[in-house]
Design a protein around this ligand. Structure first.
Ligand code: SDX
Length: 393
């Protein structure tokens, strides 16, 4: 047990964990961060204010938030050696392995402040991660499109700075669209934590060996990359594009899913915990229309997504299995309208999930009962037998 998570071999969903951070009622479709309902935070909070709430347990005062934001602002730059790190990757590298590698490499620049039991070191690592992950993400994108990197501009907020480093050019001024920034800030809030999902459990398990925060988060990024987890937002767009390319017949695709043809799944649907509509998906769906309209974009893939959802929610196969849209079903359509390529979608998920990983890692490392994660197994292999020389096999 890692103090908070006890693994019951073979039954992935019986892992038990006690935590004060996020509450989910999967049957009622309820999600709360430190007791605050997700729809209220999405409506009234900001990503950094919600990050403070998750990490410190309370909503910040004006001064506390200003100090938190300022401490993060001071760490947006990467060490020049880390900036050169991107030269080592092929330009067609997927940004997620670039992200996990760069985050892991961060620990090589701060070897004197990695002590997981030092409040000073953990606070510094927290500011460094929250500040640098958007910079690393923007550089991974710029590398993939062969464009020059932009240094952060600390007169901007975190989200605005990220948008400018991603879509700006050194040759001309870049005006951040406030609609875009507000919509992305809200999406980051929606992704900020989700109790013991695969990537968060990975961060806790790696951290339980007393590996530093950068190493633990790097492992979480790799877990998130999987198409069954955060990678689903990329797979949803690929699925919708596939349906459109095949003529747009949603019913035909749903039949393939029900027949379980070649592992075809309705990506962006289903959830281990939610057996009701994912409350985040409802908020994203509502804002998808608003964002596309505000950006003056129409997207026939949104029409296909809505038709697909209506078709599935009326089909016994999905109803019996309590399969509803999850957070990944609509997010990709908004990211696409914002101008992000599909391969950056899971990177955006990682930026949003970072404060949750940090909060959960902190809770684990500060729990006196935490021991190294060491799941046991049920041995079902061969019984004892003697070695046989190769000529007799
Ligand atoms: C995230 O845990 C979290 O909180 C994750 C997350 C977070 O914020 O961190 O919410 C983010 O990862 C959301 C999930 C994104 N992934 C996808 O959208 C990929 C598609 N979804 C599925 O792969 C699946 O629903 C999972 C992985 C999300 C959940 O898998 P489970 O709980 O192991 O469910 P299961 O595979 O046991 O499915 C139960 C039944 C099976 O049918 P039978 O074999 O009993 O006939 O439902 C079927 C499955 O085949 N099923 C699906 C399906 N999801 C489940 N059938 C078609 N399409 C799907 N999407």
């Amino acid at each position: 047990s890692t103090g908070l998570v006890t693994y019951d071999p073979g039954f992935a969903n019986t892992a038990s964990c006690s935590s004060e951070i996020t509450y989910i009622d999967g049957d009622a479709g309820i999600l709360r961060y430190r007791g605050y309902p997700i729809d209220q935070l999405a409506e009234h909070s900001t990503f950094l204010e919600t990050s403070y709430l998750l990490i410190h347990g309370e909503l910040p005062t004006t001064d506390q938030l200003a100090s938190f934001e300022n401490n993060i602002r001071r760490h947006t730059l990467l060490h020049e050696d880390l900036k050169n790190f991107f030269d080592g990757f092929p330009s067609d590298a997927h940004p997620m392995p670039v992200l996990s590698s760069a985050v892991s490499a961060l620990s090589t620049f701060y070897q004197d402040s990695l002590d997981p039991f030092s409040q000073h070191d953990v606070e510094l690592s927290t500011y460094r991660l929250l500040a640098k992950l958007p910079t690393i993400a923007a550089y991974a994108y710029k590398k993939s499109v062969g464009q020059p990197f932009l240094y952060p501009d600390n007169s901007l907020g975190l989200v605005e700075n990220f948008l400018r480093m991603t879509f700006g050019f050194p040759a001309e001024p870049y005006e951040v669209d406030p609609t875009l920034a507000k919509a992305l800030d809200r999406l980051f809030i929606l992704h900020a934590d989700h109790e013991q999902n695969c990537s968060t459990s990975t961060v806790r398990l790696v951290g339980s060996s007393q590996a530093n925060l950068f190493a633990s988060v790097s492992a979480g990024i790799n877990a998130l990359f999987g198409p069954l987890h955060g990678g689903a937002n990329q797979s949803v767009l690929e699925m919708l594009e596939g349906i459109r390319a095949a003529g747009g017949d949603v019913g035909e695709f749903v039949t393939k899913v029900k027949n379980k043809e070649a592992g075809v799944k309705l990506m962006g649907f289903g959830h281990r915990v939610y057996k009701n509509y994912d409350p985040r998906a409802a908020i994203v769906k509502k804002s998808a229309d608003e964002v596309l309209e505000a950006l003056g974009k129409r997207d026939d893939l949104l029409d296909i997504a809505i038709e697909l959802e209506q078709h599935a929610l009326a089909d016994d196969y999905f109803v019996e299995r309590k399969l509803y849209p999850n957070v990944d079903f609509y997010t990709g359509l908004i990211y696409r309208a914002m101008g992000f390529p599909t391969r950056m979608f899971t990177v955006l998920f990682a930026i949003g999930r970072l404060p949750g990983w940090i909060a959960q890692w902190n809770e684990m490392i500060n729990d006196k009962s935490t021991r190294i994660g060491r799941p046991r197994q049920l041995y079902i292999g061969a019984g004892e037998r003697d070695y046989v020389e190769v000529e007799k096999r």
